[in-house]
Every structure is written in C-alpha cells, then in structure tokens.
Design a binder for this molecule. Structure first.
Ligand code: SF4
Ligand code: MG
Length: 321
C-alpha cells in the first residue's frame, strides 16, 4: 500500500489580537507539529476531545485554512506549493463532509442543484449529462431521481447527510475528510451513514480521514487511528493494535469511557480531572501532565518524543522509556 497523503510537521497557529491596534499578542497553537500518512483506500480515524485541533487539521489539508508550517504531500505533490491550475484540479480530488447537515446545505437550492453545482462549475458536464451524473451519485448514496427537485428541509438528518456525501462525491474525488460527519445523528442513523461511507470506499477506492470525538464510532470505520491531545498526536497505531494494546494514558482514558462490549472485559472508567488546558498557553513538557494520573516530575519538564514501540505503533509518553 502506498501513501496517498503524507503530512510532515504540520502546524496551524491562530493569532490572538488585542487592543485598539489589534496587535498580535500571542498564538493559539491549534495544530502544533503533526505527522501522519494515509494509504490509498484506507481510513485514518482522528480522535480527541473537542478543541484539540482535529477539525483544524482537516481544514488545513483542504486548504480551507492556510497552514502555518509543515508539508503535505498528496499524490506525491506538495499541496501548499501548487499553482492555481493544479490547485483547482486538486480541489476536485479532495472533499469534506461536515458535522451539521442542516447548516451546510443551502435551503434555497434543490438537491439536484446542490449535488450538480461542482460538476457545472468545473464544466465537467451540463444538460442531460449533468442530470444523469447527479442521479447516478444520488443513487449511490441511497437517494433517488425523485429527490432532485426537492429542498433540504424536506429531508431527515440522515438523508441530509446523504445529500452532503453525494455533493462530496460528485466530482469523483480520491480523498474525503469526514469531520464529525455522523456526530449530530441518532445512533441507528449513524451506523447507516458509516456503512454507506464504507460501501462507497470499497466501490470507489476512496481514502478517508475520519474525524470524531467518539472512539466507538471511529473504531468501526478506521484502519488506523491517531489520538490527538492539545494540538499533538499522542498515539498512532493500527486500529486493533490501539484497542488491544493502548499505551498512552490519554488513549486509555478515552477507551475506558466506551461502554464494555463483553462482561469479561472488566475495566474501570478513568475519569480525567480538569478541562483541556488552553492551546494559547499549553502546559510545559508533556501537554497532558496537568490531567495525567501517572505524571511525574520529568513529565512537567521534558516533552516526550515519539517512539515506535513496534508494528507501526507510535507513542509519545515518558512511561515507555
Ligand atoms: Fe502522563 Fe507523563 Fe506520559 Fe505525559 S509523559 S502522558 S504526563 S506519564
Ligand atoms: Mg471539531
């Protein structure tokens, strides 16, 4: 398997402005040096509490936000150095599906217009050919040609998310960022949408970055999982490896919050004390030390480096020294 996407040292800082002259007085270090790769046809799950920088990664990859530093290679091309023409082409290959299917669909456009907009804009098809393409992609997403002339408000949350997915697929992309794409939906609808995403992946060879705060959702769809805390990836491994052999105390805490699937798997829920510290002023050393039950003196002083503990399982924690 070859990497479709390679991310090296990605950073995104947002300036904090203050005073009448709106001078920059500091930075929110939303993403603070992140590396990962996603192989073609695979799904990487990105988990962590809200505010840890997951969405910022997704948006930066799609160039909806400008990165502060780092490099992203997509199909071996450097994403941040593309000229206008290549960027335009790249935009057809990378799409995003957001959490809220209510606010991300224009209420004044029909489903046909919504799904066909990008095809038209990129002059890929028009007239009957456009309509046929729209119908094809709607059908792929479990909708039908009868939905073309209807408006978003006529649909349920799950169906609206199908419309959003159809819109993302209209240009037959390679890569999709799903940012909390099922988080606003009921549990039974969540699994329908996840199954749809997995079917589409198989059919179209799609590669996903699947962002969620919910590890039990990520578990189902992901091949690999990266756990993020306050702007950094603290643990990264194959899904099964991560669930069977979690090492980072933060990952263990997230796992302990998932309801047990088998009564034999007795486990104690680890309650993390305190809120996530501010990304404007992250803790020294290991950023997790203010909440970690195992923190020692060294954790406050030195930042733990990434270590490969075998099988492509990476952890940043002083416990594994
Ligand atoms: Fe906890 Fe220290 Fe490991 Fe950070 S480095 S997760 S504070 S034990
Ligand atoms: Mg988010």
């Amino acid at each position: 398997n070859s990497a479709l996407l390679k991310v090296n040292g990605l950073k995104k800082y947002f300036p904090i402005k203050s005073g009448v002259f709106q001078r920059t007085v500091g930075y929110i270090r939303a993403v603070d040096g992140v590396d990962f790769e996603i192989n073609k046809g695979e799904t990487m799950g990105l988990v962590g509490e809200s505010g840890c920088g997951k969405s910022t990664i997704g948006r930066t990859l799609l160039r909806l936000l400008k990165a502060t530093d780092g490099e992203v290679l997509f199909q071996d091309k450097s994403l941040f150095e593309l000229n206008k023409k290549d960027l335009r082409k790249m935009r057809t290959e990378m799409q995003i599906v957001f959490q809220d299917p209510y606010s991300s669909l224009n209420p004044r456009m029909t489903v046909g217009e919504i799904v066909g907009e990008a095809i038209k804009e990129h002059k890929i098809a028009n007239g009957n050919e456009l309509v046929e393409r729209v119908i094809k992609v709607l059908e792929r997403c479990g909708l039908s040609k009868y939905h073309i002339k209807r408006y978003p408000h006529e649909f349920s949350g799950g169906q609206r998310q199908r419309i959003c997915i159809a819109r993302a697929l209209a240009l037959e992309p390679e890569f999709i960022v799903a940012d909390e794409a099922v988080s606003a939906l009921d549990v039974s609808i969540q699994s329908q949408i996840i199954n749809l995403l997995m079917d589409l992946q198989e059919e179209m060879g799609l590669t996903y970055l699947f962002i969620s705060h919910d590890l039990s959702v990520v578990r189902y769809i992901s091949d690999k999982i990266a756990v993020m805390y306050l702007g950094k990836i603290v643990e990264y491994a194959d899904k099964n490896e991560l669930f069977e052999n979690p090492i980072h105390p933060y990952t263990k805490a997230l796992l302990s919050a998932i309801p047990i699937s088998h009564p034999r798997d007795k486990k104690k829920k680890i309650i993390l004390e305190g809120d996530i510290p501010s990304a404007a002023n992250p803790p020294t050393g290991c950023r997790f030390h203010t909440r970690c039950p195992y923190a020692t003196k060294i954790c406050k002083e030195n930042e733990p480096q990434y270590k490969n503990v075998g099988n492509g399982h990476y952890v940043a924690c002083h416990l594994i020294n």
